[in-house]
Design a protein around this ligand. Structure first.
Ligand code: CTP
Length: 413
């Protein structure tokens, strides 16, 4: 199971009895570190209150396509773009029928029609309604349209009948979100590909209690590692301090300093086809970290000198290795962004570089969002502001488009 860290999830709630279970679902999604926007149908409010859902989701609930105030802060088309995934739970027979026909009669159905995100539908209703040929035909139509359907649980129902139609537990619903479907072209390149990603900051010791580091959260690197895994790759993640937990199927190597990261990369490089250096590696380290805590100087000495020496350039060492592989770097810049990145790509001999402007707090270090430009020697593609997972999936698309043939050749050799 992949994590949902930083993912934007729209939770659509329609008017089934099982709507009373959704506050627990929202809490489970938040515990998985997803960002949630609840969108309710009008009648769903008869089963669970927007107040409760606002309290557990931490966001005002959206329920009206015509709410001028809510639309002014994030319009329904923006919300459709914001979503990495949409989960409709419970989905009523009525909602399923409307989606199957492409109707956009309320906020939720409109968002579903306007989104590029994966829509996951969890039907929950009376067992006869669920088994009715009309509902089954509508569910088949939704599958053909690319919706993902989660089968309901079988058992005793609120109405006293027995059969399929119960809303599955939150863990089952979250499992469906963590294994999103992959574009077949991307899957054909990434299936069986060996990918190494570096992520997060490094820490360079000053003494046993202090260090030099930076603001990198590691979220963009983590998202890339998880997107590559989900696309079928074997992934090694070399993670600096503070990078959030990842899917256990990823071969994760935790490191602290740039020299540790360099060693970990070299030790695991054999057989790697694609290297993506996302880590914000410290360029310098303290020449001689003190073995004991440095004590404050007497007041007549108002400065402290630290001598810094250069760290190994990890990505340059990968480019210089004997191994044939595709190497992609990242550039976090604060000014003259594109020029610095173009220059860096050429100087380091990279196949491509992904640049972002870290001076913009909405997309920089520690933000769940990013906006980047993917630069190769003959193309530059801008990816507008979106979640770091969406950026990761778009980067897999760029890598597939630009280096798919080369990677397929490396895999076969
Ligand atoms: N990088 C690396 N090892 C280093 C420094 C950077 O592997 N010692 C990698 C980063 O992971 C990233 C790319 O090089 O993929 C660019 O990193 P950046 O810090 O932007 O570049 P620098 O070469 O350090 O240039 P500057 O700090 O002058 O912008």
């Amino acid at each position: 199971m992949s994590s949902l860290v930083g993912q934007h999830i729209v939770l659509g709630i329609t008017a089934g009895v099982a709507a009373y279970k959704t506050p627990a679902l929202v809490r489970a999604l938040r515990a998985a570190s997803a960002e949630i926007q609840v969108v309710m149908s009008t009648n769903a409010k008869k089963f669970v209150t927007p107040t409760t859902l606002q309290a557990v989701s931490g966001q005002p609930v959206r329920d009206d396509l015509w709410d001028a105030k809510a639309e002014a802060s994030m319009g329904h088309i923006e919300l459709a773009r914001w979503a990495d995934q949409i989960l409709i739970a419970p989905a009523t027979a009525n909602c399923i029928a409307a989606l199957a026909q492409g109707q956009a009669y309320d906020l939720l159905t409109t968002i579903c029609l306007a989104t590029e995100a994966q829509v996951v539908v969890a039907p929950a209703m009376n067992q006869r309604m669920y088994l009715h040929a009309a509902t089954q035909q509508n569910l088949s139509a939704l599958e053909r349209l690319g919706y993902q359907i989660i089968d309901p649980d079988h058992g005793e129902q609120a109405c006293g009948e027995f059969g399929p139609g119960r809303l599955p537990d939150p863990e089952i619903l979250i499992d469906a979100l963590t294994t999103p479907t992959v574009d077949p072209e991307i899957a054909s390149v990434f299936a069986g590909l060996s990918v190494m990603v570096t992520a997060g900051p490094t820490r360079e010791a000053i003494d046993p209690v202090r260090f030099i580091s930076n603001h990198s959260s590691g979220l963009q690197g983590l998202s890339l590692a998880e997107a590559a895994l989900n696309a079928g790759a074997q992934v090694t993640l070399v993670a600096g301090p503070g990078v959030p937990a990842c899917n256990p199927a990823i071969n994760r190597v935790d490191v602290i300093s740039a020299t540790d990261m360099h060693t970990a990369v070299q030790n695991n490089l054999h057989g790697v086809h694609l290297f993506i250096g996302v880590a914000a590696v410290a360029d310098y380290r303290v020449a001689k970290p003190a073995e004991q805590k440095i004590k404050k100087k007497p007041s007549d000495q108002s400065h402290l000198d630290l001598r810094l020496i250069e760290n190994p350039d990890i990505i340059a060492s990968v480019v210089d290795s004997d191994q044939e592989l595709v190497v992609i770097g990242f550039a976090a810049e604060t000014h003259d962004t594109l020029n610095h990145a173009r220059d860096k790509r050429q100087r380091k001999g990279l196949h491509a570089i992904v640049v972002n402007d870290v001076s913009d707090a909405r997309i920089g270090f520690n933000s769940p969002d990013n906006a980047t430009t993917f630069i190769t020697d003959n193309a530059e593609v801008s990816l507008p502001r979106q979640s770091k997972l969406a950026i990761a999936n778009n980067l897999l698309q760029q890598i597939t488009d630009n280096f798919g043939t080369e990677l397929a050749g490396l895999k076969d050799s």
